[in-house]
Design a protein around this ligand. Sequence first.
Ligand code: CAA
Length: 285
Amino acid sequence: MGQERVLVVGAGAMGTQIGAVFALAGHPVTVQDISEDALERSQAVVRKRVGRLAEKGAIEAVDAEAAIGRMSWTANLEDAAATADLVVEAASERLDIKREVFARLGAAAPEHTILATNSSSIPSSLLAEASGRADRLCNMHFFNPALVMQAVEVVPNDQTSEATIETVLRLTEGIGKHAVRLHAEVPGFVANRLMMALLNEAVALQAQGLASIEDIDAAAKLGLAHPMGPFELMDLVGLDVVHDIQVAMHDMTDGDDPAPHPDVQRLYDAGHYGQKSGKGWYDHS
Ligand code: CAA
């Protein structure tokens, strides 16, 4: 049997790299987006990133070309869904958009197809009804940058079948990632709950004037051996993403988890999202 066919919905930074990860492991991959510009950028990013892996000797040049050759890009969701064995949705973090996407996927994909969302803040239980296949639905949460980060959180909703989780765990292992298996949904899952505790503390320390953002980042990197400091990490992930996750965690826990700190809110309101907008905590222009 050939490798499972994978459809990735959303050609942004996450969708593109998730697609490349599956293609590098031998899966035929289609990346779908409604924006032709996003599709073009996605192809260019794959060429650059997969090509770079070959340049630095991490993979053979012939394997890089083969991986790129296994990928295709399309604007047509229904056609791509019709031949998919696994769908990983990485579209906008908006419930209304995701519900529409999952309703269309549920209608267009074959019966056996597993639908997963890469969402970090929308649990699959909120998409169950729209998808019409709660038992073949879960979160499959990758980390940024997905080509590099080794973990994938696999999160069932309360109707996800054991067979679905077993298949998703096998596929995760097959792409060379470590599956972090959750036994039930919890806002932020595991990694973002840990990360938000760190980020909130970092923001509070600078707000109180206790240390500069550079020194707080240095403490995390040079004192705790984190690859990036919390402010650098917020600029990588995006202040928009950090903000949206914190709002979702706050709402889903009835206020037990904190709302975004006023300083995060200020950057968010100003559109200072970090690397993607040229300015966040740091200047990236
Ligand atoms: N995309 C793909 N590959 C990348 C990359 C990117 N954006 N950035 C770096 N890399 C790869 C490249 O292969 C690079 O080597 P080359 O450029 O020579 O090919 C290699 O990583 C090392 O990169 P650098 O030498 O430029 O820098 P580095 O050693 O500092 O590594 C990093 C960069 C991998 C991003 C590292 O700093 C890191 O691990 N940071 C922490 C990232 C992290 O915590 N991510 C999780 C965020 S939380 C999340 O994603 C969940 C959520 O829901 C919000």
